[in-house]
Design a binder for this molecule. Structure first.
Ligand code: OKS
Ligand code: ZN
Length: 347
């Protein structure tokens, strides 16, 4: 297994996020990834690689070009407003909800931040663009590696910021570029006719779902905390089945807060069955380990030992597989839990 890790991930480090009514230190920290790298090195899991330059043209097919251009220039615009802004992060504060116009793009910077985002928990910093594009490159390279004749069957994009909440033209939920979606598109481009994305993060992969919602060539499956009570609240319900060519190609398996591994496993088996029925040629696993019992912001009850079985279940698909790194905030245990998934998966 090849592990494409993001060598500049620490350039993205938000200072504070809006969380339960106050500004708190960001949960999504650079240490998370270092714990995973340490665990993989200690246990000799995978071969580490750094990514090539990001394929911006591919990123602009998955995300809207104007959103990508906004992300690339946002920090410069921010500090041009006031040099003192360099000591602050960009944090969204205003959004065009129902009844507002969506056919205009204000010149005001804060308004444009709101146009391209959906929550106030996701600071954009000086290094966000560089880190996010290097992470996207990890995902694209991982997909191309498993697509190459004679290449490995499995690769991981070990990166942060994560990606599954980022839509075609918005950031949020700590995510800016949708690494899983980029990997899926790269697999399609490399010849896989049908690609499945299986999202096992605690939170619904709303960005991934929305990117592929009307496409028949990419099946999106997500097992997650019931959005009636859990972030991202406004998508991820069981009745979202896809539209148009994508009809029947989205499967949401919401579970109540407090769900243990036994019940979670039944939902995962349903998801795996859907992927088999779809006859996917390759699969992307959006791997969040915030399903862990010790996670500070999530409410499932998986134990560290359970993650071996998660890896084994995913491996049972027998498909070329790309893992992307999503959530997981019990920092020291994130490394153990990710390593357990990969060890259970094998090779
Ligand atoms: C607070 C948002 C908190 C939830 C973010 C969830 C991030 C995550 N405004 N997604 O998978 O782990
Ligand atoms: Zn999550």
């Amino acid at each position: 297994m090849l592990i494409f890790h993001n060598p500049v991930h620490e350039k993205h480090q938000g200072r504070q996020e809006m969380f339960r009514g106050k500004l708190v230190p960001c949960h999504e920290t650079a240490a998370r990834l270092e714990f995973v790298l340490d665990a993989l090195r200690q246990r000799s899991i995978g071969e580490l690689r750094t990514p090539s330059a990001a394929d911006i043209a591919l990123i602009k097919r998955v995300h809207s070009p104007r959103y990508v251009d906004f992300l690339a220039s946002a920090w410069q615009e921010w500090i041009a407003l006031d040099p003192a802004n360099a000591q602050l992060d960009v944090l969204p504060s205003v959004w065009p909800v129902r009844g507002f116009r969506h056919d205009i793009e204000p010149t005001n910077f804060a308004a444009r931040v709101g146009l391209f985002s959906f929550d106030s928990g996701c600071p954009l910093t000086a290094g966000t663009w560089e880190a996010a594009t290097a992470g996207a490159a990890c995902a694209i390279d991982a997909a191309r590696a498993v697509s190459a004749t004679g290449g490995p069957r499995t690769a991981m994009a070990l990166t942060r910021p994560p990606g599954h909440h980022a839509g075609a033209d918005f950031f949020g939920g700590y995510c800016f570029l949708n690494n899983a979606a980029l990997a899926a598109q790269a697999l399609r481009d490399a010849g896989a006719a049908r690609v499945a994305i299986l999202d096992v993060d605690y939170h619904h992969g709303n960005g991934t779902q929305s990117i592929f919602y009307e496409r028949g060539d990419v099946l999106t499956v997500s097992v997650h905390g019931d959005p009636a009570t859990e972030y991202p609240f406004f998508l991820g319900y069981a009745d979202e089945l896809g539209q148009g060519a994508g009809e029947g190609r989205n499967l949401n398996l919401p579970l109540p807060a407090g769900t243990d591994f036994g019940t979670w496993t039944q939902a995962l088996q349903q998801g795996l069955a859907a992927i088999r029925t779809f006859k996917a040629d390759a699969v992307v696993i959006a791997l969040g380990v915030d399903t862990y019992e010790g996670d500070p912001i999530s409410k499932f009850k998986l134990k560290s030992g359970d993650y071996f079985e998660v890896g084994r279940m995913v491996a049972s698909l027998g498909l070329p597989t790309v893992f992307t790194m999503e959530g997981g905030y019990a920092v020291a245990d994130v490394g153990i839990n990710v390593a357990n998934v990969l060890e259970g998966f094998g090779n």
